[in-house]
Design a protein around this ligand. Structure first.
Ligand code: ADP
Ligand code: MG
Length: 170
């Protein structure tokens, strides 16, 4: 009696990781990218320079993109291709300031064809699919970033497990 109530709360749906270099952030992204499937949604929240696009670079590499990653500055969504015809969508919602504008993006049709990575997901809050992997990145030091992962839904618990194993063996 009493022991369980004194144990720290272990939240299986979330994970905190400190990346010590851009390479480490890319490597973690690559491990996740390698297992992404059409319909998967990964949200990347964090200030400018937090490492969102750096993480996407790793995801795209691990996924097998034929195209290189660039920040979607003038267009909202970049589309990356793979040799087997699969697609990876990379959205930057920073400039979306109205819901009608965002609704035109038609996330559903993107998700039917590929996985989706969203930078600034909080800007399209109501449109983000209920189930997703949410990653919050924060600047700690010049080369250090805190990455807080939160899984919503069974598929994302599985992806979080892969992240957990990657970190454990890094
Ligand atoms: P965002 O897309 O969030 O604005 P970027 O990925 O474009 O951020 O930029 C992150 C910058 O921070 C890059 O210049 C990257 O090299 C640098 N950086 C330093 N340390 C890290 C780290 N641990 N993880 C990710 N990026 C890092
Ligand atoms: Mg960016």
């Amino acid at each position: 009696m009493g022991i369980i109530s004194k144990m720290p709360v272990l939240d299986v749906h979330s994970l905190d990781f400190f990346s010590r270099s851009p390479e480490q952030t890319r490597r973690l992204g690559a491990r996740l990218g390698a297992v992404l499937r059409p319909g998967d949604v990964i949200c990347l929240q964090g200030d400018l320079g937090a490492g969102k696009t750096t993480f996407v670079q790793g995801v795209a590499q691990g996924w097998g993109s034929l195209d290189s990653v660039s920040s979607p500055t003038f267009i909202i969504v970049n589309e990356y291709r793979r040799a087997d015809g699969n697609l990876l969508f990379h959205m930057d919602a920073y400039r979306l300031d109205s819901t009608p504008e965002a609704e035109e993006l038609d996330l559903d049709s993107m998700l039917a064809d590929g996985a989706l990575l969203i930078e600034w997901p909080e800007r399209i809050d109501g449109l983000v699919p209920a189930e997703h992997l949410w990653v919050k990145l924060e600047h700690v030091d010049e080369e250090e970033r805190e990455m807080k992962f939160k899984a919503v839904g069974g598929r994302y618990d599985d992806l979080l497990e892969i992240v957990r194993h990657t970190i454990g063996g890094d």
